[in-house]
Design a protein around this ligand. Structure first.
Ligand code: MN
Length: 279
């Protein structure tokens, strides 16, 4: 495995503001290495992906003719067939400021692993490392450097006209962001951002049941998140879930903030090897 450095140097407790936006933002749910569906979904939304060689470690360029910006809700990797290519695209798009990402629990584990910390090789991580291996140690280092700039929450100022009375900004987070956690950079807030509210219970497919925090969300600002795979995207109490379990064989979802609408791309297959129950 390509380990980069024994020193764990990542400072996770940061919150970022997206540089001024027009509201023309697309937010895409958990990708988990599903490069084919991601590319199709981005093309559906009008993005242009630069031609690339799948054996190269170079970043993959992404642009949009109307200047739209993309945000990933995190969990770029694990379980799927091409986590290495998804990383290349996220890194290339970040470089041109076409796309941004927030930290997911899978991203967090990958970066701890690359930094030389002991982690459990479960839930698809071994597969991601296998896919990254041929791209070499420099690529692993570049991935670590990329994640160094990925915050646990993103705050997007809303444009003048929007559908959420009294809201000033939209938050993007992997799992959860109650109002009192928004903009907070302490350890607990970081954990809520990337793990949400896990319970002791398991669902029929053996996955941890997470508390449905949207039910008691009372903030004025809308929150877009992933983490909990649903059959269909959901908007409830200004909480919008865009994880529709592509890697489990369902679909990948992209939310267009300015149009308040969802675009979807059906999964080509269940890439996870698991029969996961979707919420
Ligand atoms: Mn996920």
């Amino acid at each position: 495995m390509n380990q980069v450095t024994p020193a764990f140097r990542y400072e996770p407790f940061v919150m970022a503001l997206l540089p001024s936006t027009t509201g023309a933002i697309d937010i895409v749910g958990d990708v988990h290495g599903c490069m084919e569906e991601l590319m199709a979904l981005l093309e559906q939304a009008g993005y242009q992906i630069d031609p690339f060689d799948p054996r190269s470690a170079d970043p993959i360029g992404l642009s949009h003719p109307e200047g739209r910006k993309l945000v990933f809700v995190g969990d770029l990797t694990d379980r799927g067939p091409a986590s290495d290519q998804v990383l290349r695209l996220a890194m290339g798009a970040r470089r041109s400021e076409t796309a941004f990402a927030v930290m997911g629990n899978h991203d967090w584990k990958l970066l701890r692993c690359l930094a030389g910390n002991p982690v459990k090789m479960a839930n698809g991580l071994a597969r991601t490392l296998e896919q990254m291996e041929p791209l070499g140690a420099d690529f692993a280092r570049a991935v670590l450097d990329f994640y160094d700039t990925v915050p646990h929450q993103l705050r997007l100022p809303l444009p003048g006209e929007h559908c959420w009375d009294g809201a000033e900004a939209l938050w993007v987070v992997h799992a959860s962001a109650h109002a009192h956690r928004q903009g907070q950079a302490d350890k607990r807030s970081f954990e809520r951002s990337i793990y949400g509210y896990p319970t002791e219970a398991l669902d029929p497919s053996g996955a941890v049941v997470r508390k449905d925090w949207a039910q008691d969300y009372e903030g004025a600002d809308p929150v877009v998140h992933g983490h909990t795979p649903l059959k269909v995207p959901r908007q409830h109490n200004r909480v919008i879930c865009v994880d529709t379990g592509c890697v489990f064989g369902n679909a990948m979802t992209l939310y267009q903030v300015d149009h308040n609408r969802f675009l979807q791309e059906p999964a080509r297959a269940n890439h996870s090897g698991k029969d996961r129950t979707l919420g």
